[in-house]
Design a protein around this ligand. Structure first.
Ligand code: HEC
Length: 213
């Protein structure tokens, strides 16, 4: 033994006994914890009875583990989109008009949806001065231009469905029927800037031009 260790341990016998004892305790701890490690390490999730994709199976009569689709279910992205209602197109071109009658209830719905989903950028009046462009996004065009006044309803449907330049698609947030309701409301916004006195019923015309009510 080196001089240094002797000075530190005054009683060599006691020390070696307790060292042997410590080693035994340590070995016991290692053994017990190793046992628990082995027992607790069963990979129940990874090693489970299951079929790999398209693996054969003798459980089902057709011999396949993959089950056929339940009739009538449609996978995401596989729904054929055809017709004016869901595409806004007639043939390959933007259609005009509406696929269902525009009632006061549809207009109200359009106003509500427009104010939620479009006005943050396009502004409540459709001038393109919403809050978001004021913070840096490209400023949308006003709806009150000749180009957009003359644009077909199918064009608006297409812009909402597929996006347009810097504007993202709103197909997820705005379901098909709501898109048409929003278009009807945008048309009302456009008309509101271009109305003439002749658009009023005769009784109200008289009121405006200062006649007796
Ligand atoms: C996040 C901001 C934003 C929102 C919300 C938004 N738009 Fe836009 N929109 C834009 C921008 C920006 C443009 C111009 C894109 C460009 O020219 O690159 C635009 C352009 C348009 C145009 C003009 C297309 C053309 O022919 O010039 C229409 C129509 C339109 N949006 C309709 C809508 C409708 C309807 C909604 C609500 C469902 C809506 N937008 C929601 C930002 C937005």
């Amino acid at each position: 033994m080196s001089r240094g260790r002797k000075t530190r341990n005054q009683k060599p016998e006691t020390r070696s006994v307790s060292a042997a004892h410590r080693r035994r305790v340590l070995a016991l701890i290692l053994l017990v914890s190793g046992f628990w490690f082995l027992v607790s390490c069963r990979q129940k999730m990874a090693v489970q009875p299951k079929y790999d994709p398209l693996e054969p199976s003798d459980f089902f009569a057709d011999g396949m583990s993959a089950r056929p689709r339940i009739p009538g279910t449609v996978a995401r992205g596989e729904l054929p989109l055809e017709g004016f209602l869901v595409t806004g197109k007639i043939g390959n071109d933007d259609g005009d008009g509406y696929p269902f009658p525009i009632t006061a209830a549809v207009m109200d719905r359009g106003q509500e949806r427009f104010n939620i989903y479009c006005s943050p950028c396009h502004g409540r009046g459709g001038d393109g001065n919403g809050m978001i462009p004021s913070r840096g996004l490209r400023r949308p065009p006003s709806y009150h231009t000749d180009a957009l006044r003359n644009a077909k309803t199918g064009h608006f449907f297409d812009v909402m469905t597929n996006g347009f330049g810097a504007m993202p698609s709103y197909a997820v947030q705005v379901p098909v029927n709501d898109r048409w309701a929003i278009i009807a409301y945008i048309r009302a916004l456009q008309l509101s800037r271009n109305g003439t006195i002749n658009d009023l019923p005769p009784a109200q015309r008289a009121q405006l031009s200062g006649g007796a009510p």
